[in-house]
Design a protein around this ligand. Structure first.
Ligand SMILES: Cc1cc2nc3c(=O)[nH]c(=O)nc-3n(C[C@H](O)[C@H](O)[C@H](O)COP(=O)(O)OP(=O)(O)OC[C@H]3O[C@@H](n4cnc5c(N)ncnc54)[C@H](O)[C@@H]3O)c2cc1C
Length: 399
């Protein structure tokens, strides 16, 4: 007889757990999903020829967990150029990875942010991280904020203000870089190794690929779980069902706090600069963090002859005035011709993680737990927790 497993939540962690369990014939898996679609925080809406990811997100192809199971060729990854283009006081400051070619290197050395010493420290950091394993980074017990860490490495306040803060505001979705330095080390290593990318058909293509392997008939949509224990699940469908094991793959704790973000998409007939770099806003008193000419990086995001521009700001900004003021200060009068086509106000974007609490995939009171909020706020974290939960279930069953 097969072991019946209930997984609550069809986000990346739950789907990844199902993906690994599916590898073994011995499990009969049911995934309960409260909403009408799987993928959780990875959603792509199609509207009027545009693809809108629900909140600007990127896949870092160097993530160990995505490399393990995703088929990148099938995702048809559309790559950003490595590095950033920084806007400050009406100037454009190039900060390109030398891998973009000799001219990128020369521009960065001559006109990039910070001093030559800063660039040397940066290269040293890149080299050091390339020799550290991801496990080693997360196993360190020291607790230090990312800002303290950058200062401890000797970076000048200028490069911290012009590059590190604007860049990591967009990665951590918080403005003061209080996020644990392990996350900075991990993500910087990932960016340095393989940059950032978008699947051709949007970020939701990632969970869709997992669902294709698991079998969509395994997912019960509009089935909100109202109560569970180690062997039963009661849903909004009014049923209580019995299982051998229960995995909770969503955040059921009210104690987890989240960073919030606003992402607005604009359509335009043309873009002001043909760059595949993320544009960072380093102006003082800024509201928006970054701008991405997303359909220039991934043309499928606008199949209607228009250009799609993604603009992000930390916090919740229902109005667009401050966005437009910042955009005009960056790109001038042509912003008046851009049209707001989508706005996402995301209250629960990235969970705030205390890395002193080590994630364990072992069952608590007979129930297994996974999800980004327990381990690391990223696609990689969600998938790692799902994999480790599946491995623990299989390990216990073999004993
Ligand atoms: C705006 C934004 C930007 C981000 N940027 C990046 C990025 O650039 N790179 C990166 O690596 N990561 C990024 N992330 C993080 C990444 O998307 C998440 O870490 C990951 O998708 C979380 O997956 P999860 O399975 O842990 O949780 P979730 O995606 O939250 O999945 C939980 C699922 O459980 C369901 N559920 C909840 N309650 C119940 C219930 N009672 N019964 C049944 N089902 C239930 C939910 O509907 C959902 O489908 C970003 C996230 C956001 C929101």
């Amino acid at each position: 007889m097969k072991t019946r497993i209930a997984i609550i939540g069809a986000g990346l962690s739950g789907l990844t757990c199902a993906w690994y369990l599916k590898e073994s014939e011995q499990y009969d898996i049911t995934i309960f999903e409260s909403s009408g679609r799987a993928g959780g925080k990875l959603q792509t809406e199609l509207l009027n020829g545009f693809q809108f990811d629900r909140g600007f997100q990127v896949l870092l192809p160097a993530y160990p967990e995505t490399k393990r199971i995703l088929d990148y060729d099938k995702l048809q990854l559309q790559r950003f150029h490595k590095g950033s283009l920084i806007f400050k006081n009406h100037k454009q400051i190039p900060f390109y990875d030398p891998e973009n070619g000799l001219s990128a290197l020369v521009k960065t050395v001559l006109y990039g942010p910070g001093s030559l010493i800063d660039k040397f420290i940066l290269l040293k950091l890149k080299y050091t991280l390339s020799h550290l394993s991801v496990e080693h980074i997360f196993q360190r017990s020291t607790k230090m904020s990312s800002l303290e860490y950058l200062r401890s490495l000797g970076f000048s306040e200028r490069i911290i203000a012009d590059f590190w803060i604007p860049f990591y505001q967009g990665v951590f979705l918080e403005n003061t870089l209080e996020t644990d330095s392990k996350m900075l080390q991990f993500t910087f290593k990932m960016f340095a190794e393989a940059g950032a990318a978008l699947p051709k058909e949007g970020m939701e293509a990632i969970p869709k690929q997992l669902i294709a392997a698991i079998g969509s008939d395994r997912i019960r949509y509009h089935a909100k779980v109202l109560a569970y224990n180690a062997t039963s699940v009661s849903t909004s469908e009014g049923k209580t069902e019995i299982f051998d094991k229960v995995v909770v793959a969503y955040n059921c704790s009210k104690e987890v706090k989240y960073h919030t973000v606003t992402n607005k998409y604009f359509e335009a007939d043309k873009i002001p600069i043909h760059t595949k770099h993320v544009i960072l806003n380093a102006n003082k008193n800024r509201v928006i963090n970054n701008v991405v000419f997303i359909s220039h990086v991934a043309p499928n995001y606008a199949l209607n002859g228009k250009q799609l521009i993604s603009v992000s700001a930390n916090g919740i900004h229902p109005d667009s005035e401050a966005f437009l003021a910042d955009l005009t200060s960056l790109f001038g009068k042509e912003v008046a011709t851009w049209k707001l086509v989508k706005s996402y106000l995301i209250q629960e974007a990235l969970p705030i993680i205390d890395f002193q609490n080590k994630y364990t995939s072992a069952a608590t009171d007979g129930i297994y737990y996974c999800g980004d909020h327990l381990i690391q706020a990223s696609i990689n974290g969600a998938m790692e927790s799902g994999r480790r939960t599946a491995e623990e279930i299989i390990r216990v069953d073999v004993l």
